[in-house]
Write a protein that binds this ligand. Structure first.
Ligand code: GTP
Ligand code: MG
Length: 300
């Protein structure tokens, strides 16, 4: 069969995770309208009768402002190494900027076959699309490792069948890396924490979503439900107040929306117990980032 690892790369908010969910035809990774939603490498396994495509979601590559940001970027750049193919996404509406050109240089130097993807064409004008292409080609010229180019909409699904066909065509003959019923290489506790984090990204604004982390402390199968206890870390006391909200309204809303998604994921009734903890400046602290939130394995 055709098989291989396909890293999905690009700056924050270009639609990497949206594209992966669309190709998977189900929601596996979290998505939001705020940059830096994805914080880890997450392998998503797409198995068809003829191929196994491992779509590797990555954090957006950006200029980091703190240690946590540095780790995210390192994870994203590391995630490109040794892969069979890279999907490089750009956003013609937000324009191609120096940060995109920088990623383009990293991809060019990797010499790994890459597909250039112009996303969000449902919302972009032809001028914006042309400008984006011309700009990115100042780095990714005809001597580069770009093997194909697609204009897509991850949101509407435009051109995704053709894109998937091309991905499979480019991948080598290889083994089936994962069992066919597996969708991700991440443990359940991680997927649960991501769902809770997604709701925080949807419901809060400014620095709040970026200052939070979620750690699942307990998953217990009880007779008629699954009990899940998770802690939401914030950096300051004032942020704790915002996450809890007036009369606990915000935390209730986060819990309710997360529970709905979790009941679909686990196909069971869920009791979700959420706690908010202040961890002073956790984004600057190795011990919390590496040991509690767990990024170690992808930084090597
Ligand atoms: N109009 C339009 N919006 C899109 C499309 N693809 C993604 N988006 C939107 O772009 C925003 C970011 O999407 P994500 O998939 O979270 O982007 P990402 O690249 O994974 O972002 P990070 O994880 O932060 O690096 C969301 O609001 C999506 O709905 C598209 O094809 N068209
Ligand atoms: Mg993402």
């Amino acid at each position: 069969m055709k098989s291989g690892f396909v890293a999905v790369a690009g700056k924050p908010n270009v639609g990497k995770s949206t594209l992966i969910n669309a190709l998977m035809k189900k929601k596996v990774v979290i998505v939001s309208d705020k940059p830096q939603t994805t914080r880890n490498r997450i392998n998503c396994v797409l198995t068809t009768p003829e191929a196994q495509v491992v779509l590797v979601d990555t954090p957006g590559i950006h200029k980091p402002l703190h240690k946590f940001g540095e780790y995210m970027v390192k994870i994203a750049v590391n995630a490109l190494k040794g892969q069979d193919l890279i999907l490089f996404l750009i956003d013609p509406i937000d324009k191609v900027r120096e940060s995109d050109l920088n990623i383009a240089r990293i991809i060019k130097e990797s010499k790994i076959p890459a597909i250039l993807i112009i996303n969000k064409i449902d919302a972009a004008t032809p001028e914006q699309i042309n400008e984006a292409k011309n700009r990115i080609k100042t780095v990714l010229d005809e001597n580069s490792n770009i093997v194909a180019e697609f204009e897509i909409s991850a949101l509407t699904g435009h051109n995704l069948t053709e894109l998937l066909q091309k991905i499979i065509e480019v991948l080598p003959e290889g083994p089936q890396y994962y069992p066919e019923d597996m969708t991700t290489d991440r443990p359940l506790a991680f997927m649960i924490s991501e769902i809770v984090r997604e709701k925080i990204f949807h419901l809060t604004s400014q620095e709040i979503p970026h200052s939070t982390a979620v750690v699942v402390e307990e998953i217990k199968d009880k007779e008629d439900l699954v009990y899940i206890r998770a802690e939401i870390y914030v950096e300051r006391q004032s942020q704790k107040g915002i996450i809890i909200g007036q009369k606990g309204r915000m935390i209730k809303k986060i819990g309710m929306l997360a529970r709905k998604d979790l009941e679909i994921l686990l196909d069971d009734k869920i009791y979700l117990d959420l706690y908010v903890k202040v961890k002073d400046k956790w984004r600057q602290k190795d011990s919390i980032i590496l040991n509690t939130i767990g990024m170690k394995e992808d930084l090597e």
